[in-house]
Ligand binder design. Structure first.
Ligand code: KG4
Ligand code: ZN
Length: 330
């Protein structure tokens, strides 16, 4: 059995975790910066980088103490090396490099999206390759065919906004503040999903891609018309998003070799209405539906440590001069 320290600092969560190759999360800490960014209605990169720099070292010390481990006991140190806000990514990656060098432990540079893509395998030991992955977060909206560790085939992506971004912008339009996804989901529970006519961009198109910019603009126009309640707007927006997801999934999967499981990951996967719609879709298409627990859906370090553990099992590691990559497609 091996044990991997994971470090995540690519956006607004500073996170560290110790995860074993046997899928045990031994210890973890997550420090959210939501309060620091909330006054600005979104993540401010400079504030994020400074907060990561302040929090990371004491958090690493805490998880190591809790697990009663020395650095030299680790089998690898895995850190997010991109994509994300470069200042924050640098803080995490440079810390990982320093610890790896000081303790002579291998460094594993993880693509944040790979962390999300493999996270369902941390929660579910029976999930085997290949699987269809719907990756929906604040920065990304993709459908991938996950064929193995490091083997990802992109079937669809967004041509403008990510789905989480659309939720966040809708929240802003409705005056719900940041982060918007959970607030829109909560308000939608009180609204009528059929009340506001909204577009379903690209639905019906043979191309598998997503587009959410037009949907967000339509929400803004509908809000400005003053004819609808905020709850109806939230519910109708969420329903339009779900309709787009299901249609785009259908087109993507039709064009690919069959896959036994549909997996959802990324922050938007925390949305219960989206989860249940996907569950129905999977049942209809004879696929097993797998969604990691909420805490593994939003940004966390256990998924980074786990991606490291998967790479470690294949004998992979990275050189200490690995360069951070603010843009890094899977
Ligand atoms: O994966 P994540 O934590 O960070 C990124 O890598 O982007 O995803 C954050 C995104 C935000 O846009 C947030 O509004 C969205 O996930 N989100 C949700 C929900 N919880 C988080 N969107 C819809 N419903 C939710 N319950
Ligand atoms: Zn993420």
């Amino acid at each position: 059995m091996g044990i991997v320290l994971g470090i995540e600092s690519s956006c607004d969560e500073t996170a560290v975790a110790l995860v074993t190759t046997e899928r045990e999360i031994v210890s973890q800490r997550i420090a959210s910066q939501i309060e620091a960014h909330a006054p600005y209605g979104g993540v401010v990169p400079e504030i994020a980088a400074r907060a990561h720099a302040e929090k990371l070292a004491p958090m690493i010390a805490e998880v190591m103490d809790e697990a009663d481990l020395e650095l030299a006991d680790l089998d690898a140190i895995a850190a997010t090396a991109g994509p994300g806000l470069i200042g924050g990514v640098m803080v995490g990656l440079v810390s990982a490099k320093a610890l790896a060098m000081a303790s002579d432990v291998p460094l594993i540079a993880i693509n944040h999206l790979e962390g999300h893509a493999l996270s369902p395998r941390l929660a579910d030991a029976s999930l085997e390759f290949p699987y269809a992955l719907l990756l929906v977060s604040g920065g990304h909206c993709q459908i991938l065919r996950v064929e193995g560790v490091g083997q990802y085939r992109r079937l669809a992506t967004t041509i403008d906004d990510a789905l989480g971004e659309a939720f966040d912008k809708t929240a802003k339009i409705l005056g719900l503040g940041y982060p918007g996804g959970p607030a829109v989901e909560k308000l939608a529970l009180e609204g009528d999903a059929k009340a506001v006519p909204l577009p379903r961009p690209l639905v019906g198109s043979g191309e598998p891609h997503f587009s959410f910019a037009g949907l967000k603009s339509a929400v803004m126009r509908a809000q400005q018309s003053g004819e609808h309640s905020d709850a109806d707007l939230a519910a109708s927006f969420q329903q339009a998003a779900i309709d787009c997801l299901l249609d785009r999934l259908r087109v993507s999967l039709d064009a690919s070799e069959p896959m036994p499981a549909l997996v959802v990951a990324g922050g938007v996967a925390a949305n219960a209405a989206i989860r249940s719609a996907l569950e129905g879709f999977a049942a209809k298409h004879d696929m097993r539906f797998v969604a990691p627990p909420m805490a593994l859906c939003t940004d966390n370090a256990a998924m980074i440590a786990w991606a490291g553990a998967e790479r470690l099992a294949l004998g992979q590691s990275d050189p200490l001069d690995f360069v951070a990559r603010p843009r890094w497609p899977l």
